[in-house]
Design a protein around this ligand. Structure first.
Ligand SMILES: *[C@@H]1O[C@H](CO)[C@@H](O)[C@H](O)[C@H]1NC(C)=O
Ligand SMILES: *[C@@H]1O[C@H](CO)[C@@H](O)[C@H](O)[C@H]1NC(C)=O
Ligand SMILES: *[C@@H]1O[C@H](CO)[C@@H](O)[C@H](O)[C@H]1NC(C)=O
Ligand SMILES: *[C@@H]1O[C@H](CO)[C@@H](O)[C@H](O)[C@H]1NC(C)=O
Ligand SMILES: *[C@@H]1O[C@H](CO)[C@@H](O)[C@H](O)[C@H]1NC(C)=O
Length: 187
């Protein structure tokens, strides 16, 4: 009960602080704060963007928020370790092993279709935006993500379902096979 209250309270503070952040950095996001005793296990180790040491969970959240590639982070209040990941929370696993410190927890940025209304429009529509980047003068998905018709989603790894090559991590030489699974291309 106490844990739940604390988690709701810190969620409130995070939203409040991220609103302040909006004023400063023109970036706004909704962050879901998870349970203590968890860490993030991404679909592939390549998704770890950075491991840094920061004084608080709020700073960890802000560092993630200003990086358009960052979708999930975990923070340990004891060791001060903040890890930033490219993968949206559902693409990996929330590790609840007993070996995870009770001071560590996973948080994730919430992604909805409403955040992508400026997709493929001219860049004046996405100047204030952490979800779409200005590429060739239009608003496009950030690296390592693809457009599924509604949102930018993380590209998949070996064995992920796909409709075309853009759905697969092409920097890992994965392409979409005729059976609609990402896999190593064989030449
Ligand atoms: C979960 O965390 C434990 C303890 O750190 C680690 O040994 C294990 O490999 C992790 N599991 C995954 C799926 O990463
Ligand atoms: C993006 O816009 C261009 C130019 O208007 C259009 O040709 C293309 O089909 C659009 N792409 C998507 C995915 O909507
Ligand atoms: C940007 O436009 C150039 C020239 O039209 C093209 O060669 C390039 O592939 C485009 N880049 C992206 C990321 O779409
Ligand atoms: C990719 O997945 C296939 C099918 O599950 C498996 O046989 C293959 O070894 C995997 N390749 C790599 C590089 O992990
Ligand atoms: C992808 O393929 C290119 C060309 O075959 C090769 O040079 C590169 O090392 C490969 N990258 C990965 C991550 O396997």
């Amino acid at each position: 009960m106490k844990t739940v209250r604390y988690s709701m309270m810190s969620q409130y503070f995070l939203r409040w602080l991220l609103f302040i952040d909006l004023v400063c950095s023109q970036f706004q996001s909704r962050i879901h704060v998870g349970d203590f005793g968890t860490s993030f296990a991404p679909a592939d180790p390549i998704e770890l963007i950075n491991t840094i040491s920061v004084s608080s969970q709020i700073r960890c959240a802000q560092t993630c928020n200003v990086n358009p590639l960052c979708r999930t982070f975990d923070y340990d209040t004891l060791s001060k370790r903040c890890r930033l990941f490219e993968g949206e929370i559902a693409t990996g696993q929330v590790n609840r092993s007993a070996a995870i410190p009770p001071t560590s927890r996973v948080s994730s940025i919430a992604y909805t279709q409403q955040l992508y209304l400026a997709y493929n429009q001219t860049c004046d529509q996405c100047q204030v935006n952490r979800y779409l980047l200005c590429i060739n003068n239009t608003c496009q998905c950030p690296p390592h993500t693809y457009w599924n018709g509604h949102m930018c989603l993380n590209e998949g790894y070996n064995g992920s379902l796909c409709q075309n090559d853009e759905w697969c991590r092409n920097d890992k030489n994965l392409t979409c096979s005729s059976s609609h699974l990402c896999g190593e291309c064989i030449h």
